[in-house]
Design a protein around this ligand. Structure first.
Ligand SMILES: NC(=O)c1ccc[n+]([C@@H]2O[C@H](COP(=O)([O-])OP(=O)(O)OC[C@H]3O[C@@H](n4cnc5c(N)ncnc54)[C@H](OP(=O)(O)O)[C@@H]3O)[C@@H](O)[C@H]2O)c1
Length: 274
């Protein structure tokens, strides 16, 4: 992480260090609004692939040849700034299969500074976690309680009462936030009422749709790995019906990392929704 990152936008060009790059964005400055500040992050190939099939054919995974330490550091810096991190039923199912990892890794010595960063601001070591799930069909891992974290499960109307009882007894609150699907506005309103002001989505394309359809997403962070993968099937950053009108974004920042992708280039770009 010694090689400087080149800031391309806003101008003038400047050399920056990777560590602290996204902490300096300070998304917690936006906590005074009447609704939560919501931001999401993806790492993608140039041809828009955020997930490709697992080698054994069982579902999708983030392509190994776009992930890298530099992107992961920035992902952690974004997660560290949140009150609440959005994840999904899929995450808990993968956790149960041993295929998922902790989202904000404050126990990792590489990210000890992020734990400090939170503590020095009076925040708990871990943000709380929102699990968005229509099915509520997942095993509940003990890790959800790690470091005093709370879990809130957002689901749809008439959830199975036994399942709700089981979840609330073991883990956290179940909130109904939609009829057939969890709806963005209801999710945001309940989250705000529960006291969450800064919300990070580390989830996938259906959740980005839920956040964008009702214009809840404030900022999109994208790492663009300078690689083309091709192949089918794949996931891209969003999945859902055509957005009409299309959602417009304005560039906030753009940085060139010349060697972060195993010696190759990648761009770190962030956009504000217009
Ligand atoms: N490259 C990257 O940066 C990146 C980032 C995120 C994810 N990914 C990858 O992308 C792939 C897809 O991710 P994902 O499955 O987490 O994404 P997702 O499509 O956003 O979420 C899927 C799960 O979330 C729940 N869900 C989503 N929208 C909902 C709604 N409106 N109402 C109720 N429940 C809803 C459902 O849970 P239930 O089935 O429990 O109802 C669904 O199975 C994965 O392979 C993941 O690793 C890549």
């Amino acid at each position: 992480m010694e090689q400087p990152i080149l800031q391309l936008y806003p101008q003038p060009y400047a050399e920056c260090m990777l560590k602290g790059l996204y902490l300096a964005h300070d998304v917690r400055q936006f906590t005074n609004a009447a609704s939560p500040y919501i931001y999401a992050n993806f790492v993608s190939s140039l041809d828009g692939r955020i997930a490709i099939p697992r080698p054994d054919g069982s579902g999708l995974m983030v392509p190994k040849n776009v992930t890298n330490e530099h992107d992961w550091r920035l992902y952690q810096e974004l997660a560290a700034q949140a009150d609440l991190i959005i994840s999904s039923g899929r995450y808990l199912r993968e956790w149960a299969q041993g295929r998922a990892q902790e989202i904000l890794q404050t126990d990792d010595p590489r990210f000890a500074d992020l734990r400090e960063w939170r503590m020095s601001r009076g925040l708990k070591p871990q943000p709380d976690i929102a699990i968005i799930s229509g099915s509520l069909d997942f095993p509940i891992p003990d890790v959800l309680k790690h470091d005093g974290r709370k879990a809130v499960f957002f689901t749809t109307e008439n959830p199975n009462p036994e399942r709700v009882h089981e979840i609330e007894k073991r883990e956290g609150k179940v909130v109904v936030a939609g009829k057939n699907r969890v709806e963005g506005k209801l999710f945001a309103r309940h989250a705000y009422e529960l006291g969450y002001r800064v919300i990070y989505s580390g989830a996938g394309p259906k959740i980005l749709y839920l956040l964008l359809k009702e214009r809840l997403l404030n900022r999109l962070y994208l790492t663009l790995a300078h690689r083309i993968l091709s192949g089918n099937p794949f996931a891209t950053i969003i999945e859902g019906p055509l957005l009409e009108p299309a959602m417009n974004f304005q560039m906030n920042t753009m940085y060139l990392d010349k060697t972060g992708l195993n010696g190759m280039e990648q761009l770190f770009v962030s956009y504000n929704r217009v």
